[in-house]
Design a protein around this ligand. Structure first.
Ligand code: GLU
Length: 547
């Protein structure tokens, strides 16, 4: 029996050969330096920041080199694959404007010349490559039962040896074709293992675009390449897919760093050019003096859905990712205020290798900054669509008072230093809710009003002083003029000189008005607020303000 016939028996029904597949999936014709990369999630659960991080970064590198970023669904671990996992990943990354050139480009479209892009549909490709190895005596069927492998593990543990199938533990590595066929005829189950040519005593050098040169012991594990269900393991699928899809850069999280010796060995064994690897550090969080990985259980901010539910704009999250991923981004962004954050050129050598500290407070600050730069109209529209999903009451008010709401949001916006009080679409209601009578009337803010209460001053002000047509200077001067009548100093200086002679200064007089009409001690510009409320509503609020 020839090796080829043997391979046909071990993996029957494979339609094409490795060589045929290499002709079908042609070398790409792209400009020099174009990065072909991929986002390759496994649909095994919720979509987390790690996904967003990797996909965004991979996308940026492709975009900035006029390359390709493809989306490949890695669903070979059928036991862990969850329903709607793919749909959710695509939806979430699309929400962030991350578009793929190929692959599962939307929930319904799977596009490109290197597909299918779903691993469970590429069985034939993997098996063709596995057959090639079998034919070259670089792979073999392994008939090890669970009991046998458990036995090996116990021995290794008791002798404190490395775990795995290597050296003398690779029991079936030299199985004869005849023995294998006999076992198959007896109905014994098998998997296909790689016959590793490596020696653990040797060192191997791998290049990582982020970490530089890395030295590892050579891989000597006879790793599984084709499982019993005929699907490949991650290691083998990585080789086959990234080779056939003509991927140049593997941007992935560093949980795969320890598998690098296996991966480069596979590429070397086939004589393929190794791709360039870039391993990204995991997202970490500081807790007291310790730094730990973000965890699903402890950190709600790990889930991408958290930002959607909180109404944190996608732009802020992306700016934050850039801040973490490249240490020079912040400085660039500060000195290029007129540019879009996507104009920043990411570079591998500026990627942190020591863990990416994730700081939600910092992200929220970025969000405040970002939201201060968009127009009142845009802020209105986006808050409206957020509220439509999460807050019906506010949605109705925003719809009913559209122009008014935009004007409220515009207070201290189109100025040199716009206000930075809005952190998310969900916080808009909290920040401007008092401007709606429907919410103001229900307001139960409990704070000590006493210091801000002077009914005589308030009544006099609204009945005799306030005039909607006054400009800001006139408005303020009128408050100053009114001050002495109620025991307040018209000028702060005057008050500071003789504090005992006054109840307060013009500043406190303004506070009294502010608190009566907003129930807050801090608001944007009072003049603008009063103007938008209008005399009647101010009067009614003052009348109702009693303690
Ligand atoms: N499916 C792997 C994961 O989700 C992909 C890693 C890679 O990008 O190669 O971790």
């Amino acid at each position: 029996m020839t090796k080829k016939e043997y391979a046909d028996i071990l993996l029957p029904g494979v339609k094409h050969t490795k060589e045929e597949y290499e002709t079908i999936y042609k070398e790409r014709n792209l400009p020099e330096g174009a990065i072909v990369t991929r986002f390759a999630p496994s649909p095994t659960g919720f979509v987390h920041m790690g996904h967003l991080f990797t996909s965004f970064v991979a996308n940026r590198f492709a975009r900035q080199t006029n390359g390709i970023c493809l989306l490949r669904i890695e669903d070979t671990d059928t036991k862990r694959t969850v329903e709607n996992g793919v749909k959710q990943i695509i939806k979430d990354v699309n929400d962030y404007g991350i578009k793929f050139d190929e692959g599962a480009i939307s929930e319904t479209e799977n596009d490109g010349e290197y597909g299918p892009y779903i691993q469970s549909e590429r069985k034939d490709q993997y098996q063709a490559f596995a057959k090639h190895l079998i034919e070259h005596d670089l792979a073999y069927p392994c008939f090890m039962t669970e009991e046998e492998s458990e036995e090996i593990r116990k021995i290794q543990e008791s002798k404190k040896e490395r775990l795995g199938i290597y050296g003398k533990y690779a029991k079936y590595r030299d199985i004869t074709m005849e023995n294998a066929i006999e076992r198959i005829n007896n109905g014994e189950k098998y998997i296909i293992r790689f016959k590793s040519p490596g020696n653990f005593e040797n060192k191997v050098i791998a290049e990582d675009a982020v970490r530089g040169e890395l030295e590892f012991p050579e891989n000597d594990q006879d790793i599984v390449i084709i499982k019993q269900d005929g699907l490949p393991t991650y290691h083998f699928a990585h080789l086959v897919d990234d080779h056939l899809m003509r991927v140049t850069h593997i941007i992935r999280t560093d949980e795969w760093l320890s598998s690098l010796p296996i991966h480069i060995q596979l590429f070397d064994t086939f004589g393929f050019k190794r791709p360039i690897y870039a391993h990204l550090s995991p997202l970490t969080k500081k807790e007291g003096n310790t730094v730990r990985k973000l965890s699903k259980r402890k950190d709600p901010e790990l889930a991408v859905s958290y930002y959607h539910e909180e109404g944190i704009p996608t732009e802020a999250v992306k700016i934050y990712i850039l801040t973490i991923i490249n240490s020079n981004f912040e400085e660039w962004f500060d000195s290029n205020k007129d540019k879009d954050f996507l104009d920043f050129e990411l570079s591998f050598d500026k990627v942190s290798t020591s863990g990416s500290l994730f700081d939600l407070e910092k992200l929220k600050n970025i969000s405040k900054n970002y939201l201060s730069t968009i127009s009142a109209k845009e802020l209105y529209e986006r808050t409206l669509s957020y509220s439509q999903e999460f807050d019906n009451e506010f949605y109705d008010l925003l719809t009913k008072y559209k122009d008014y709401s935009i004007n409220v949001l515009n207070i201290e916006r189109e100025v040199e230093r716009p206000r930075k009080d809005i952190e998310s679409f969900s916080s808009v209601k909290k920040e401007i809710g008092y401007m709606y009578d429907e919410l103001f009337e229900k307001d139960e803010t409990q704070f000590e009003y006493k210091d801000f209460y002077d009914k005589d001053l308030l009544t006099y002000y609204i009945d005799n002083v306030y005039d909607e047509s006054d400009d800001k200077n006139t408005w303020f001067n009128k408050i100053k003029e009114m001050c002495p009548k109620f025991g307040f100093a018209s000028e702060t200086k005057e008050y500071k000189k003789n504090p005992d002679n006054f109840k307060g200064s013009v500043a406190q007089a303004c506070e009294i008005i502010r608190v009566a009409v907003t129930h807050r001690t801090m608001t944007p510009d009072l003049y603008e607020i009063l103007k938008l409320l209008g005399k009647d509503r101010i009067k009614s609020r003052i009348e109702k303000f009693n303690i």
